[in-house]
Design a protein around this ligand. Sequence first.
Ligand SMILES: [Zn+2]
Length: 406
Amino acid sequence: MISRRQWLQALGLSLGASAHSSAVLAITAAGQENQQPSSSGQRLDLTDYEPKSMLQVRETRVERARFPVVDIHTHISFSAKSENGIELAPERNYLGAPDELLAVMERKNLRAMVNLTGGFDNGLVGAVTKYDKAFPGRFYTFTEPSYSKFLEPNYPRLQADAIERAHGAGARGLKILKTLGLYLRENITSGKLVKIDDPRFDPMWDACGQLNMPVAIHVSDPIAFFTPTDRFNERYEELNNHPDWSFYGHDFPSNAELLEARNRVFARHPKTQFVVLHVGNFAENLANVSENLDRFSNMFVDIGARIGELGRQPRTSRKFFDRYQDRILFGTDATPHGDEFPQQVFNDKLYEIYFRFLETGDEYFDYAPAKVPPQGRWRIYGIELPEPILHKVYNQNAARQLRITI
Ligand SMILES: [Zn+2]
């Protein structure tokens, strides 16, 4: 088994040279930064600060989801070879064996896991054989573009044909990592960044539409990753630990430019269904996500790795779920053995937190199984969805995309 860290290293997203350097902000007992300690207070490194909430409120443990769950967003396999954030090999490395995954799935009422990073060609066939075919109804695999062929002159056609072959091999959809827009360059790993709406991908989007394969697309990243890693950054600790997650400066487009390019793709391919991961990649701004959902009837969203955002705006989130109850899919971004990234580690605890957020009205609880909240120092509130909405979010909306019955 290969760890998530090795995977990210392979993807070029790994911890950089300054990883694990301690956060430089220090706080005093008075809670002020960059000041000399008062005579009564001593400086405390931010990384050592683990406040325990004194609030006494109801704690509900939700061991099993109210309805069988389809997790539309998991990563069970990944490319054996990557460079500068670009997956280059069809061969897959596997993060979790089916038996170990099925044990958690049974306990949590998880009917199916969708492995988005299934790769292409032989790698895809391997993943489908090992999971989907061996355990029908429990695993579904998506394919990915073969960017290594990007320089071939007939790439647009070749990539569209590859989608058709992948469909024949059992792929249920297409996954686009943030590679498109943020890593893929004209010479694959060097040159100018390729835009998300580059016309060379048009035949690929159309092929997905024709074959009824949904596109699970990750565009951009949390908005804080596009601002300086400084004392005003609400995700300072995370970015300080993972400096190469920052897209501030260099030749990176802004978050707004990325989303606009993405929207042009939605507009150009109305027959293709897009499941925009991470709450449309703008969970910090549900007004923006709503506006786009209203504009594009072929847009859907999942909630993977974003309950930290949704749960800190519970009233806005609840309204969002009410309004778009037919277009929100349950997803976690779960990665077996991804212990370094507790907000997406595949285990019982992670699922219990998601269920608690969706099903209960509990207040002020951790959004990830971690000592310190890993995506910003705050806690979340449950949104107590009524059963009909829960049913849609847990499985009905995914079942429609995957064309399965639950
Ligand atoms: Zn993911």
